[in-house]
Design a protein around this ligand. Structure first.
Ligand code: SF4
Ligand code: SF4
Ligand code: SF4
Length: 272
């Protein structure tokens, strides 16, 4: 009974954020936005508890499509990292800024890279590809993320420094073109490296925020060493190559964990 309270608690947390921001900002959007996201996450947890095997994917599609289609394409909010820089430079506290603060900068202190497992619209598509378990050893290409991060910042800063007209319009098209590029590169890399999450591991600029913050994550998967028989199944199914049997925060690829629960589901001894 107690575990079935979890979706209710999760929904209550998001509802608290929703009502607080609605009243503080005097904007009904925040009530709708965080209520919807809270419901999607709570529904996914409920399905997981009911042992529905696609529970995570349901939440990922509910949240990812909402962000991409409704916030991005219909409301014209650039929800990519360029949008974050744009709103930061303009000093406007809009959805993209709040989204980054909650999901990608401060939130990971609590829920790690839950964003990457349950909400990201790029991974939402990549997770449909055939290489759910990496088929090759991890490459030493993580440095590329610093280049993409710097490129996004330089791109937006140059628009402001050059006093370009209609930056808002450019940001809308940057959102569309940026997403198409992400999908093209992400799908190409997934097939090249036989790894659905290759884009996340090597290219994604947002990991510059996500990785250090999730190092301190309150929620993390740990291993009960008394139950573990070192069968290696958890490492084999992990899409992010996390050494989940090591309980230290410095475990290999520890800041890559997307809380997908594949290791937990596959452990024959319920050690995770
Ligand atoms: S690493 Fe980037 S692309 Fe991958 S799921 Fe996280 S935010 Fe999305
Ligand atoms: S399989 Fe386990 S360790 Fe790997 S990303 Fe998913 S939850 Fe994290
Ligand atoms: S799957 Fe379970 S038993 Fe096997 S190594 Fe991982 S934690 Fe240990």
């Amino acid at each position: 009974m107690r575990k079935h309270l979890l979706p209710v608690v999760m929904f209550a947390i998001f509802e608290t954020v929703a009502v607080t921001l609605w009243l503080a900002m005097d904007n009904l959007f925040y009530l709708f936005n965080f209520s919807y996201i809270g419901f999607s996450i709570a529904f996914g947890i409920f399905l997981y508890l009911k042992k529905y095997k696609h529970a995570r994917r349901v939440t990922q599609l509910l949240v990812g499509l909402y962000m991409l289609v409704y916030l991005g394409l219909i409301c014209n909010e650039n929800m990519q990292i360029e949008g974050f820089w744009y709103y930061l430079f303009t000093g406007v506290f809009e959805a993209a800024t709040i989204h980054y603060a909650v999901a990608k900068i401060f939130g990971p202190l609590v829920f790690g890279r839950g964003w990457c497992g349950y909400a990201c619209w790029t991974a939402m598509v990549l997770d449909f590809l055939p290489y759910k378990e990496p088929h090759q050893p991890r490459k030493k290409l993580g440095g590329i993320r610093y280049i993409t991060f710097a490129a996004s910042l330089i791109f937006v800063a140059s628009l402001f420094l050059a006093h370009v007209d209609n930056i808002a319009g450019i940001m809308f098209w940057a959102f569309i073109i940026g997403n198409l590029l992400y999908y093209a590169i992400g799908i190409g890399l997934a097939f090249l490296f036989r790894d659905n999450r290759a884009f996340c591991k090597y290219i994604c600029p947002i990991t510059i925020f996500l990785k250090p913050m999730s190092y301190f994550s309150l929620i993390r998967i740990t291993c009960d060493k008394n139950k573990c028989i070192s069968c290696g199944k958890c490492r084999q199914v992990c899409p992010m190559n996390v050494d989940v049997t090591d309980n230290s925060r410095k475990r290999a690829n520890g800041t890559e964990c997307i809380l997908c629960m594949e290791c937990v589901k596959s452990c024959p001894k319920n050690a995770l």
